[in-house]
Design a protein. Structure first.
Length: 327
């Protein structure tokens, strides 16, 4: 048996329940993993609240690390006893042990702790596909300006460091002076407290009126329109989250009026569609972390019994960096 967090209907943090579930044995293409640490992500809030509709009852969580305890037929890249980590569908990482598909589970290097592994996979792989695979026309080059919203969050702090290592000038937004200082300390070239400043006007000032080549936006509704106006002609808005709510409907004609700009709505799990792609992206992330280019900040730690409070704190924007549950 394993303790696990489930919801039986969509709603607030009060819907999160701890239950005992039976853990079976892995079938073909599956593994069983005993968790050491579990990651908390904003996608968990979307699934709990119903923005992303999923069948009930829903086992919560998308990211964790641990030790492989059983391997099903056809799985060749993992064996019993391996240290491993993942960001993967289907949900279900908020538990002590689980059976799951093996394709998105990768070996965790010995140099990376279980805590760091649980904190970095979903957020680090997201930063990887944004900065390396979701690029404006002509790509990005050293010295280019990019705008990254929620720069003091889990994805944001990784992106700040990685962008600096790649030679980009990242302009990071956050909702407080303290969070702006954190983003700056992690490599943001410029920061904007959007609670005090008009980020669109400030971006134009920083870039000499030219705008940025790309905006990476996980905030959604509250930042969408001004983000479009921060783009240089032929620039790209890469939307990858909805922390303030979904982006409203819009006419494609505005893309022409604002400079023949592009918009894309990305998801990590499209990029992790095969084991080969997952391994390639994970290797890139592991190299960035073990080389010291990227440091993973675990700023909050909870137990599974504190799951409701963890969700409350995340939604209230009280958290910075990464958050994990320890077992």
């Amino acid at each position: 048996m394993s303790r696990a967090i489930i919801i039986e209907k969509n709603g607030g943090p009060e819907e999160l329940k701890i239950v005992d579930v039976k853990v079976g044995e892995p079938g073909a293409g599956e593994i069983k993993i005993a968790h050491k640490a579990i990651g908390l992500n904003y996608i968990d809030v979307y699934q709990r609240a119903g923005l992303y509709s999923l069948p009930m009852p829903l086992h919560m969580g998308m990211e964790a690390s641990g030790i492989i305890t059983a391997v099903g037929s056809g799985v060749t890249h993992l064996k019993v006893g391996d240290r491993a980590a993942y960001a993967s569908n289907p949900p279900g990482s908020y538990c002590e042990e689980r059976v799951m598909p093996a394709k998105c589970v990768v070996k965790l290097p010995d140099a990376i702790s279980f805590e760091t592994g649980a904190a970095m996979m979903l957020k680090g792989l997201t930063a990887e596909y944004l900065l390396k695979r979701t690029l404006p026309q002509g790509g990005l080059h050293k010295g280019d300006f990019i705008l990254f919203h929620a720069a003091a969050g889990g994805v944001g702090l990784i992106a700040c460091q990685w962008a600096k290592a790649l030679g980009y000038q990242l302009i990071g937004t956050a909702g407080s002076d303290q969070k702006c200082e954190l983003a700056k300390a992690n490599g943001a070239a410029f920061t904007i407290n959007y609670a005090k400043e008009d980020f669109q006007a400030r971006v134009k000032e920083i870039t000499g009126g030219k705008g940025v080549k790309v905006v990476y936006d996980s905030v959604g509704k509250d930042t969408f329109e001004k983000s479009l106006d921060c783009l240089a002609p032929l620039g790209l808005l890469a939307s990858f989250g909805n922390a303030s709510g979904p982006v409203p409907s819009f006419s494609p004609g505005i893309l022409a009026a604002k400079g023949s700009i592009y918009i894309t709505r990305q998801t990590l799990f499209t990029h992790l569609s095969t084991r080969e792609h997952t391994q390639e992206m994970a290797d890139d992330l592991f190299e960035a972390v073990t080389s010291g280019k990227v440091k993973i900040h675990i700023d909050q730690t909870y137990t599974l019994e504190q799951v409701k409070q963890a969700h409350i704190d995340l939604e209230a924007r009280k958290t910075t960096g990464c958050t994990i549950f320890t077992l």
